[in-house]
Every structure is written in C-alpha cells, then in structure tokens.
Design a protein around this ligand. Structure first.
Ligand SMILES: *Cc1c(COP(=O)(O)O)cnc(C)c1O
Length: 236
C-alpha cells in the first residue's frame, strides 16, 4: 500500500483519538519508524510530508541517514532523526550529532557517554528518559521510583537536555489493555512538573506504536512512533 493511503488512514485515526480526548491533532508528533524498510520507502514518507524518522540501530539507519533526501525526490527537506532503540554506551559516538533526538536514555553510564560526545561536538542533545513502566525484565528503561533520582543526576551532564519520558507498552492483543501503562507515564510526567512548580523541562511523552497509538494519544502522548502501520513491515 502506498504511504499516502496509509497516512490518510492513520491521520483519521489520530484525529478521532484526539477528538475523544479533547485534544488537537497538532499536539501529536508522528515519527515514521523506518527500521523495517529501505531507502526509497523512507523517501516516500518524506514526500508525503512526514518530517520525523525513527531508527533503532545505526547500522540500519546509516544508508538512509547518509542519502536522504534523495536528489530525485519530491521533498528535498532533510529528515529530523530520532534514535529510538536501546543504545550501548560505546555506540553513543555513532548516534550523537547525527540523531536530533534520543528516546532511549535509561542509565547514567549512557548519559555520560552521550554527554562526552556532545561536549566534543559542542551541542546539546534533547533526550527522552526511557521508563520501564510495565516492569518487564526484558524491557529497557528505568524502574519506578528511580526516575527523580535519575533526573537529578542528569543535571551534572550539561550537554543533555531531558525533554520528556518514553515508554514501550507490552504488546497486547487488545490495545485497551495498554492504557494503565500510558496513564502511569503521564502521571509521572505530571508529578515531575508539580514538584518543580511547572519549571521542569520534562514536558513530552513519547508513547504509542502501531498497535496502541490511539490509547496512547487518549492518555496524553505528544510523540507517537509508527512503523508497521505507516510505512509497512517490509517492502510491499
Ligand atoms: C520498532 C519500534 C517502533 C515501531 O513499531 P511498530 O509496532 O511497527 O509501529 C516504535 N518504537 C520502538 C522503540 C521500536 O523499536
């Protein structure tokens, strides 16, 4: 299916979810996750007005990062890149300076590696703190109760700007079952805001994927990360 058609369907579902939650679609930033697809398919997303691209691994992203936008393309805008996969500290140098946002900051050793690289490049990297709300042992992310301490520690890393929280809900056949996970992440974000009298830079919520983005929007998502449903699973 063409991305134009997929985007039309997804946009309608986003608009409907926003209406149910009394939100405006302009509050929702859509990241097209291109990890499953090739260069031309990623360009097709850009040609359809997608601005944000997400990838999990530098090896998978490299060709797209180096070549997009294609010179033959309708859209000649450079994508805004999001690193959404788990990141080993020794790979931070591949990512910092190339990706505009990192969604998977979940430990101090990684913060240190990102900060070091960012300092060398003289940049500040906007990062989401990945939280393991569902407490699955297989999932990345900071556990409940450690978020505030982690944020305090991050103040020592001046080349990192924490801008929000990110989580992945467990896959559920019935998307409604993910709601408590998203609600909890929003409550933590609100709590951080309240503790800081609203001055915290933690304003964003990166949550919701193909299977559960509507529930995430209803619970306050400001960034949704869509792979399968928006660009496809593999070349079609
Ligand atoms: C792959 C991936 C996505 C997109 O997954 P879909 O279910 O295909 O939408 C979103 N977020 C993260 C962190 C991912 O790894």
């Amino acid at each position: 299916m063409l991305i134009a058609a997929k985007l039309e369907q997804v946009s309608k579902r986003i608009a409907d979810a926003c209406e149910r939650a009394h939100r405006h679609p302009s509050e929702i930033n859509v990241i097209a996750v291109t990890k499953y697809v090739a260069l031309t398919r990623a360009q097709e997303a850009l040609d359809n007005g997608i601005v944000h691209l997400g990838e999990n691994r530098w090896q998978d992203a490299k060709e797209k990062w180096e070549q997009l936008p294609l010179s033959s393309a309708v859209s000649s805008d450079k994508p805004i890149w999001h690193f959404i996969g788990s990141l080993q500290s020794n790979k931070a140098k591949d990512v910092v300076g190339k990706f505009d946002y990192i969604h998977s900051l979940d430990r101090l050793s990684l913060a240190k590696a990102i900060d070091k690289q960012a300092e060398q490049l003289d940049i500040v990297v906007p990062c989401f703190i990945q939280v393991n709300v569902s407490q699955e042992l297989t999932k990345q992310g900071i556990m409940e109760g450690q978020v505030y301490d982690f944020l305090n520690e991050l103040k020592n890393y001046r080349h990192i700007k924490p801008i929000g929280l990110m989580t992945m809900a467990p896959f559920e056949v019935e998307p409604e079952a993910t709601r408590p996970v998203f609600r909890k992440l929003r409550q933590w974000r609100d709590d951080i805001q309240n503790r800081s009298d609203g001055t915290s830079s933690i304003t964003e919520l990166s949550m919701g994927m193909s299977n559960d983005f509507e529930v995430a929007i209803e619970e306050g998502a400001t960034w949704i990360r869509l792979g399968t449903i928006l660009v496809g699973e593999k070349e079609e």
